[in-house]
Design a protein around this ligand. Structure first.
Ligand SMILES: C[S@@+](CC[C@H](N)C(=O)[O-])C[C@H]1O[C@@H](n2cnc3c(N)ncnc32)[C@H](O)[C@@H]1O
Length: 261
């Protein structure tokens, strides 16, 4: 099947392939039956999208994002959750408490592909709009606190674009939490990444050392905490532990921010 995905949209196939292949393993560390179904339904060859280092890092980041999303949902059981640059991710199924509302936001052509394999429901919706468009959040309720997930996203934007996205979040929603994956500038060479190098995607802006630097782009957000994927990889088995100890603090991190509290 021709997926008609652009260069940056194609990057969504990397985590999808990892989640599918990991789910099929004996003693799988994450379980994503929808990813398995999508890879099979769309006939995607995962060879270039699932390589060792990426595999272990995506497993770690999936565990980290799932756990933290669930934690913030426990604090706010009626929250509005927004998955920015959702790709073909099925986090809603993994974290749903039966009460949250969930919005999967991505570029129009990504959402067209998503619609081939997902259906909307009463509490899970799709928004096909660039998050650089001033109107992307028009259809999302503004009165409840939001939990925003930005996984595998900000590294593809320039500093100015990340700043514009933060501005749009903090002016559109009075109160929220942002779970953002951030990459260090020194790691922003596509050739260094065993899967991204097989796509035409290019990296944009990254942090020098810590996610705290994101607060320099927006005065309304405050830094809460962060965990590098390497820290999680200590708990994910022998190979993951070895790779995590080699990559160390250079690895991507999940950084948490809040505003309006
Ligand atoms: C690496 S993928 C991550 C997908 C998903 N978060 C995951 O972890 O499986 C990056 C995603 O960001 C989306 N994206 C890139 N630019 C965007 C924009 N301006 N507005 C909305 N989504 C965008 C891409 O289409 C792609 O689905």
């Amino acid at each position: 099947m021709n997926l008609h995905l652009g260069d940056v949209e194609e990057t969504a196939l990397i985590p999808l392939a990892v989640r599918a292949n990991e789910s099929k393993r004996k003693n799988a560390r994450i379980h994503d039956p929808k990813a398995v179904e999508i890879i099979d339904a769309l006939g995607i060859d995962t060879k270039n999208f699932d390589k060792l280092v990426t595999h272990e890092c995506v497993v770690a980041r999936t565990i980290l994002f799932d756990e933290l999303t669930k934690m913030y949902i426990r604090e706010n059981p009626d929250a509005v959750c927004i998955n920015l640059g959702c790709g073909l991710d099925d986090r809603f199924s993994r974290v749903d408490n039966g009460r949250i509302s969930w919005y999967n936001v991505d570029l129009p052509d990504s959402i067209e592909v998503r619609k081939k394999v997902y259906e909307e429901s009463g509490r899970e919706k799709m928004v096909g709009c660039s998050i650089l468009d001033d109107h992307w959040s028009d259809g999302i309720p503004k009165e409840k606190p939001v939990i925003v997930v930005a996984e595998g996203l900000f590294m593809y934007f320039s500093r100015e674009q990340v700043s514009a996205i933060l501005n749009s979040l903090t002016t559109s929603f009075s109160k929220g939490v942002l779970l953002a994956e951030l990459m260090r500038q020194k790691m922003m060479k596509e050739d260094m990444h065993d899967t991204v190098k097989h796509t035409n995607a290019t990296f944009g802006w990254g942090i020098e050392k810590t996610g705290k630097e994101l607060t320099l782009l927006n005065e309304r957000i405050s830094f809460v905490k962060e965990t590098t994927f390497s820290e999680q990889m200590k708990h994910d088995g022998f190979m993951s532990r070895i790779l995590g100890s080699i990559i160390g603090d250079m690895n991507n991190r999940l950084s948490v921010f809040e505003w309006g509290r």
